[in-house]
Design a protein around this ligand. Structure first.
Ligand code: SF4
Length: 356
C-alpha cells in the first residue's frame, strides 16, 4: 500500500513566499523579527482584523518604539492609545508585561516558549509566535486558523480548538529546522486566505495532495466543533449627564472588569438582572431630573452580553476627580466601542418616557 502523503513544509513555504500579504509587522523574508514587534502585533491581532490593526500598530510603535519606552508610559496613556481596539485587558497586560521585561530582564525578551508564557497576558499562542518568529524556535502558534487547517489536513475526529496541545505538537512536528518563523506564519496565512471556515479554496492549496479531508471529500466535516457556551447576559443602567454646552460626563472606570481604566458613562454595577429602581437611584449622579431613553444598547464581549438602558439628565456642576466633560461625538479612537454606542444611543432623538 502506498504511503499516505504527508504535508510538506517546503510546499507551504513556497506558496507563502509567493502569496504572503505585505503587513507592517512582517519584515524581509527569512529574517528574524524584533520580539517587541512580534509581541505587540500578536496581542493587537487577537480578536481584531489585520486591516484594523495595521494603522494602530504603526501609531503605537511610533509613540513607544521600544519595550523600555512602553514600560515608562503611564497605564492611562496606553489605555487611551488602545481605545477602539476593544478587549482592554490586553492593553493593561501589555503594559504590565513591558514593565516586567524592562525591569527584570534588562529589556530583553525571554527566548523560550515556557519563559515567555510567564509574562502577563502571554498565552501559549503568543509565546509560540514570539519564539518562532523572533528566535527561530521550531514551533507553531495555533490560533483558530491553524487549528482549522490541521484538523482538516489530519481529518481529526475529535473537537480540537486553538488551546489543543495535541494540535500544537502535530503542527510543530511539521515545522522545518530553518525558516520556522516563516512556517508558523505560513500556516496562519493558509487558514486566513485559503483554508477558510466556509468554502475552502482547495484548488489553490499547496497541501491539497496531503489533506485527508480533501481526499475523502469531507472538508465540510472538519473541524469538529467544540460545543460553545452561550455568553452570560449582564444588565446595567448608564447615566448620560450633560452640561449647558451639551458635553457629556465621562469617568474613568475604577472597578475591575472589561473597561477598567477606560472612559465610560457613570452606571450601576453590572448584575444578572435589571437593576432595581433603588439601585438606579443610588448610582445616579446628582442631576436636575432623569428621564429614561427608549430602547437599550446591546454590546457583545467574548463571554458576556451587556444590556444597558440609559437615563439622561442635566447638571451645572463641575466634574469630580477622574471625570471629564466630553463633546459627546467621538473621533473613533479615544473611546471604547461600548462607550461610543452608549453616546450614540443616548443622543438619538426619541420620545420621552416616564422616569422610574
Ligand atoms: Fe484546507 Fe482544502 Fe487545503 Fe485541505 S486542501 S488544507 S481543506 S484548503
Amino acid at each position: 500500500m502506498p504511503a499516505r502523503p504527508t504535508p510538506d513544509a517546503g510546499q507551504l513555504l513556497a506558496w507563502f513566499k509567493r502569496h504572503r500579504r505585505a503587513l507592517p509587522w512582517r519584515g524581509p523574508w527569512g529574517r528574524k523579527r524584533d520580539p517587541y514587534h512580534v509581541w505587540l502585533s500578536e496581542i493587537m491581532l487577537q480578536q481584531t482584523q489585520a486591516a484594523t490593526v495595521a494603522p494602530r500598530y504603526e501609531a503605537f510603535l511610533a509613540r513607544w518604539p521600544t519595550v523600555g519606552a512602553l514600560a515608562a508610559a503611564e497605564e492611562r496613556e496606553v489605555l487611551d492609545a488602545w481605545a477602539g481596539l476593544g478587549y482592554y485587558r490586553r492593553a493593561r497586560n501589555l503594559h504590565r508585561a513591558a514593565r516586567v521585561v524592562a525591569e527584570t530582564c534588562n529589556s530583553r525578551f525571554p527566548d523560550t516558549v515556557r519563559a515567555l508564557e510567564t509574562l502577563p497576558g502571554v498565552g501559549a499562542y503568543t509565546a509560540a509566535a514570539i519564539a518562532a518568529l523572533a528566535f527561530g524556535v521550531r514551533t507553531v502558534a495555533v490560533d483558530g486558523n491553524v487549528a482549522r487547517v490541521l484538523a482538516r489536513v489530519f481529518a481529526m475526529a475529535d473537537p480540537a480548538g486553538p488551546a489543543s496541545r495535541r494540535l500544537q505538537a502535530m503542527g510543530a512536528d511539521l515545522a522545518p529546522e530553518s525558516l520556522s518563523g516563516e512556517f508558523a506564519e505560513a500556516l496562519i496565512e493558509l487558514g486566513a486566505l485559503v483554508c477558510r471556515p466556509r468554502e475552502p479554496r482547495c484548488d489553490s492549496c499547496p497541501w491539497q495532495g496531503a489533506c485527508k479531508a480533501f481526499r475523502t471529500g469531507r472538508t465540510a466535516d472538519f473541524p469538529v466543533s467544540v460545543p460553545r457556551k452561550r455568553p452570560a447576559v449582564r444588565y446595567s443602567v448608564a447615566f448620560r449627564l450633560t452640561n449647558r454646552c451639551g458635553e457629556v460626563l465621562l469617568r474613568r472606570q475604577s472597578d475591575p472588569g472589561p473597561f477598567q481604566g477606560m472612559l465610560v458613562l457613570p452606571a450601576t454595577p453590572w448584575g444578572a438582572s435589571r437593576p432595581s429602581p433603588a439601585a438606579v437611584r443610588a448610582a445616579a449622579p446628582p442631576a436636575t431630573a432623569w428621564r429614561r431613553v427608549a430602547g437599550r444598547v446591546e454590546h457583545g464581549l467574548t463571554h458576556l452580553t451587556l444590556r444597558t438602558e440609559i437615563r439622561a439628565g442635566a447638571t451645572t456642576r463641575d466634574p469630580a476627580p477622574g471625570e471629564i466633560w466630553h463633546p459627546g461625538r467621538d473621533d473613533g479612537r479615544r473611546l471604547p466601542a461600548y462607550t461610543r454606542k452608549l453616546l450614540a444611543h443616548g443622543a438619538a432623538p426619541e420620545p420621552a418616557e416616564a422616569t422610574r
